[in-house]
Write a protein that binds this ligand. Structure first.
Ligand code: GRG
Length: 303
């Protein structure tokens, strides 16, 4: 099976799991307001590459586990990612009308509904991870996943990175961004969830410290590559293919590695990150080939 077909097939599995999680939430809480349920569904069931849950599952498989055991963490992580997109698109943040080629939640509904839908998706992620039926996931590993997802998503992870990004955008701080600052911001905003994805796969598989650390470092580097490819797409891509507005970073005065280094040097840096990421998992052998292909996909992506 080609990599693209594998990604598509897994995306269909995740979509079924995400649909079930939303259905279960609606039926468990008999009073889940229909408007909130509709907005959550709009946010989640709207396409998307599903690359983060893919990494959870494929890392778990590479280390000897299986897709069923990885499913609760994979679904929880995608719910967090979907919430982050809903909030990121709000007028107070990135003010985006288009996401995954469709109207964003605040455009399709309104701002207050989008804020609440994001909040409800974030909390549903932890409800799901804590409670999803999975005989292969013992309490110790479940607790480690809950803590890891909270750390990756919160103020020292994605939310903190978003704060640094918006500070630059809205307050003009720091006045002159360094490469170090931009890399730290991106490691938090985008890298933390990718790092968690691979670490979570290792936790699900019950891997030892060496392999878990190697996977986490690989995930962080893949996240850095994914973000840099995203910055390149913002300059080189067109909105129709990418599925969201492009050429936004420069217009917003955002500091990106492409802006700091220039296009050619940024492309060379992307190749360097790719090679560093491959080194992190050189000890894992051919079992990790799907992860290597995922890295290639992230670096070469067109949307
Ligand atoms: C609002 C707390 C909070 C955080 C937002 C993820 C994020 C942080 C912002 C998204 C803005 C952005 C363009 C980030 C760069 C890369 C990225 C995360 C792109 C979107 O992820 P994909 O490409 O999206 O995996 P799909 O639609 O495929 O799921």
């Amino acid at each position: 099976m080609t990599f693209e077909k594998r990604l598509e097939a897994r995306a269909a599995e995740f979509e079924a799991g995400l649909g079930d999680a939303l259905d279960a939430a609606a039926s468990r809480h008999a009073g889940l307001p229909p408007r909130l349920a509709d907005a959550m569904r709009h946010a989640v069931m709207s396409g998307g590459k599903r690359i983060r849950p893919f990494l959870v599952t494929e890392t778990a498989i590479a280390l000897g586990s299986d897709a069923a055991a990885a499913q609760p963490a994979a679904i929880a992580l995608e719910l967090v990612h979907c919430y982050s997109l809903v909030h990121d698109d709000l007028p107070a943040m990135d003010n985006d009308p288009l996401r995954r080629g469709k109207p964003t939640v605040w455009k399709a509904f309104d701002e207050w509904t989008a804020i609440l839908a994001g909040d409800a998706l974030l909390t549903l992620a932890f409800e799901h991870l804590g409670g999803a039926a999975c005989p292969d996931l013992d309490d110790k590993r479940r607790l480690s996943l809950v803590t890891g997802l909270a750390l990756a998503s919160g103020g020292r992870g994605m939310v903190g990175g978003q704060c640094l990004d918006l500070e630059a955008d809205k307050l003009g701080q720091p006045k002159v961004a360094t490469q170090e600052h931009v890399q730290r911001l991106q490691a938090m905003k985008t890298g933390a969830l990718f790092r968690f994805a691979c670490e979570a796969g290792a936790v699900v598989a019950g891997a030892g410290t060496t392999e878990t650390t190697a996977m986490a470092r690989f995930g962080a580097k893949l996240g850095a590559a994914f973000q840099l490819a995203d910055d390149l797409l913002d300059i080189e891509g067109d909105a129709e293919t990418v599925g969201k507005a492009t050429a936004k970073d420069a217009a917003a005065g955002k500091a990106t590695l492409v802006g700091l280094k220039g296009l050619a040097a940024a492309r060379a840096f992307l190749a360097e990150i790719e090679s560093d990421a491959l080194n992190e998992i050189s000890g894992i052998g051919s079992r990790a080939d799907v992860l290597r292909e995922t890295l290639r996909f992230a670096c070469a992506r067109r949307k």
